[in-house]
Design a binder for this molecule. Structure first.
Ligand code: NAD
Ligand code: UGA
Length: 433
């Protein structure tokens, strides 16, 4: 039997995990339906921005462990374990849209000749393991030709290579212990903690983990808003809470609400899964509601100082949904941009990696640098926590802005320096001092 492992979908998850597995010495074939993406990878050009990825891809290609293809048939022919890494975006009513998962399994069925293990790495609703088995059977594939395993992925964008290589845990769900063992075995070089369980529990672990982290963020954002009313400081409050190991210090940064391709869609999908099971989740619903309101807070703060945005120019620092990524899916920065443009402002945007996703719209302008964005603007809004934004001297704002006003939705600006320089800073939950 071949020892090749296949990846269907060369996005953040498929490309990163395939490349990392190749670096562990496995023979890896990564496939994407998007020919341009494959051509670009073969030319050594990364289709996404992810720190450390380009070097690892290059090493994989040089060593011969990593290959790219647009032929799903080739993957099904050559690989004995095949990871499904296609997108599962938010669909109607918040449900996960499973059209790509369905499409991929229907294509697999056309080419499947001998036994393969299919691994759902995409985030899919509870019950999808059984559902994809039904798809294969409905397409005429005999049950003894495949096993299905759930192996959810927990990497974060911007940290994807590190997270994959240093997992807190690897979750493997299957009804067949031999298939689960084969998948878990691939991770052995990483010596991770492995949890083996049934398919449904593995699928739910993924949604519950994301919903828990999203809830932690909404919780701290609510406390941040309370801090403003009580004149307390959210950074000290979060630090003090995080010192308790039962709480943990991660995911306690107050800000403009969670965004990205995962938390918004996965909390929405979990709510529909729970509703269908007639077991609504009140806490997750509250986390989603708090987030909805939080994403509007920065512009509300801006309008406290500039009630009329029409005719004003605003510098927007950041477009990506968080630092170290070019991903703008569900980015709070994008909401801020569109809200301001809708009110008639001209918004000059700078982001180190995400500017190619800038909407082509009247009132939206790209800036080539922080300074270009700030020059002559009526105010600045910091939307993404890029490290270079943290290092902007307060005097730069003071010198370049028409009005000395910064809405700091990521709590990056040193407020005592700002005060000394006469710069007005609106931040999130830092109180008046
Ligand atoms: P993505 O949109 O970046 O990539 C998906 C890729 O699949 C695209 O390149 C698309 O062209 C390709 N594709 C679609 N249909 C195909 C087919 N039939 N054959 C081959 N390729 C096909 O998505 P992503 O961010 O990598 O997410 C993939 C899944 O992993 C989602 O379910 C997501 O929820 C989950 N996930 C994502 C992250 C993350 O940080 N992005 C982390 C953990 C889990
Ligand atoms: C998240 C999870 O962290 C990953 O474990 C998971 O694999 C992934 O979703 C997924 O399922 O796809 P990601 O969306 O890449 O990863 O990024 P995070 O670092 O989790 O940030 C998500 C959002 O929360 C961002 O908008 C970020 O700015 C925000 N956030 C994060 C805060 O507002 N405060 C924090 O303290 C942390």
């Amino acid at each position: 039997m071949s020892n090749t492992i296949g990846f269907l979908g060369a996005g953040y998850v498929g490309l990163v995990s395939g490349t990392c597995f190749a670096s562990l010495g496995h023979q890896v074939l990564v496939c994407d339906i998007n020919q341009k993406r494959i051509d670009s990878l073969e030319a050594g050009v990364m289709p996404i921005y992810e720190p450390g990825l380009a070097e690892l891809v290059e090493r994989g290609r040089q060593s011969g462990h990593l290959q790219f293809t647009s032929s799903l048939e080739q993957v099904v022919r050559k690989a004995n374990i095949i990871f499904i890494c296609v997108g599962t975006p938010m669909g109607k009513g918040g449900r996960a849209d499973l059209q790509y998962v369905q499409g991929v399994y229907q294509d697999i069925a056309k080419h499947l000749k001998s036994h393969r293990i299919f691994v759902n790495k995409s985030t899919v609703p509870v019950g999808s393991g059984a559902w994809v088995q039904d798809i294969l059977k409905a397409e005429g594939v005999k049950a003894n030709l495949f096993d299905v395993v759930s192996n959810p992925e927990f990497l974060r964008e911007g940290n994807a290579v590190y997270d994959f290589m240093n997992p807190d845990r690897v979750v493997v769900g299957s009804d067949n212990p031999k298939a689960a063992q084969a998948v878990a075995g691939l991770y052995m070089p990483l010596r991770p903690r492995i949890l083996t369980t049934d398919l449904k529990s593995a699928e739910l672990i993924k949604y519950a983990s994301n919903a828990f982290l999203a809830t932690k963020i909404s919780f701290i954002n609510e406390i941040a808003n309370l801090c403003e009313n009580l004149d307390a400081n959210i950074e000290d409050v979060a630090t003090g809470m995080g010192m308790d190991e039962r709480i943990g210090k991660g995911f306690l940064n107050a800000g403009p609400g969670f965004g990205g391709s995962c938390f918004p869609k996965d909390t929405a999908a979990l709510l529909t899964i729970a509703k269908d099971a007639k077991n609504p989740l009140k806490i997750v619903q509250a986390a989603a509601d708090v987030n909805h309101a939080q994403r509007r807070i920065a512009i509300k703060k801006l309008k406290k100082h500039l009630p009329e945005l029409k005719g004003k120019t605003i510098a927007l620092l950041g477009l990506a949904f968080k630092a170290n990524t070019d991903d703008v899916r569900e980015s709070p920065a994008m909401d801020m941009l569109l809200d301001m443009v809708k009110e008639g402002a001209t918004v000059r945007v700078y982001d180190p990696e995400a500017l190619e996703h800038l909407p082509k719209k009247k009132g939206v302008e790209a800036a080539a640098s922080v300074e270009e964005a700030l020059q002559g603007a009526h105010a600045a809004v910091i939307a993404t926590e890029w490290p270079q934004f943290k290092n902007i001297p307060v005097n730069t704002y003071k010198k370049l802005l028409k009005k000395p006003l910064v809405v700091d939705a990521r709590n990056l600006v040193d407020r005592s320096a700002a005060k000394a320089a006469g710069l007005v800073v609106e931040s999130i939950g830092r109180g008046a001092k």
